[in-house]
Design a protein around this ligand. Sequence first.
Ligand code: ATP
Length: 255
Amino acid sequence: MRAEALTLRRGGRLVLEDIDLAFPAGRVTALLGPNGAGKSSLLGCLAGLIAPTSGAVTLDGAPLARLPRRARARRIGLLPQAADLHWDIDVETLVALGRLPHRGRGGLGAADRAAIAAALAACDLLPLAGRGVHQLSGGERGRALLARVLAGEPDWLLADEPLASLDPAHQLDVLDRLRAVAAGGAGVILVLHDLHLAARVADQVVLLRDGRLVAAGDSAATLTPATLAETFGIRVEIGRAADGGRFILPLGRLA
Ligand SMILES: Nc1ncnc2c1ncn2[C@@H]1O[C@H](COP(=O)(O)OP(=O)(O)OP(=O)(O)O)[C@@H](O)[C@H]1O
């Protein structure tokens, strides 16, 4: 998936300016940047939900805009930042909606059932499968919505703050699951706010500020005190955790 000279105006404002990026399949990419930097707007363009003002998103060399909607829905799964759940359906029914792009007019087939069961298990939702979605906590709801996207087994999994409102154990579970999805060959693109978790999960990162690219590339090489200072205006400490992974600790604002 590529963004090619992508520019977006929303409400008269320049929200994304001349963004060129390549997103590799089989890898996790984290989009990072301050509030209002344009991360969700970029994700919306990559999902085909927001038409860029100029430039294009391409998939396997062809413009995304030319892909029929159903094919696009099969190939790209999006977890939006804030999804309203208007109907109090049960969790399993919600997750089954993720299979809609794959189904014909008939009911669920064996592959659909297997994908739904795997997604429920992956998000630790089996005990909640029969619960109405209006009777879930915020974090449980977030996991149910992620499970719906996982059930669709998309080639490209795009998620806007999938860790928001999850407790630490479920954050780590979800990161493991997303890494497994990438290891299975899918491209995973995440908007994240937690620098430390981004450093743990992402193979590559994209740093945005005011709609412009600050830096993009391999996670270890790109997440540096200098790029994080330029992107967020903060000081950070970067070190090695006991398990060999890196940690990033925000220390304070730059004067
Ligand atoms: N529907 C809209 N119409 C007009 N402007 C919008 C719209 N949605 C977002 N914007 C503006 O576009 C800019 C980028 O917003 P976007 O939601 O992409 O940022 P973000 O990096 O995802 O922020 P956050 O971290 O707060 O979620 C902001 O200035 C925002 O005010």
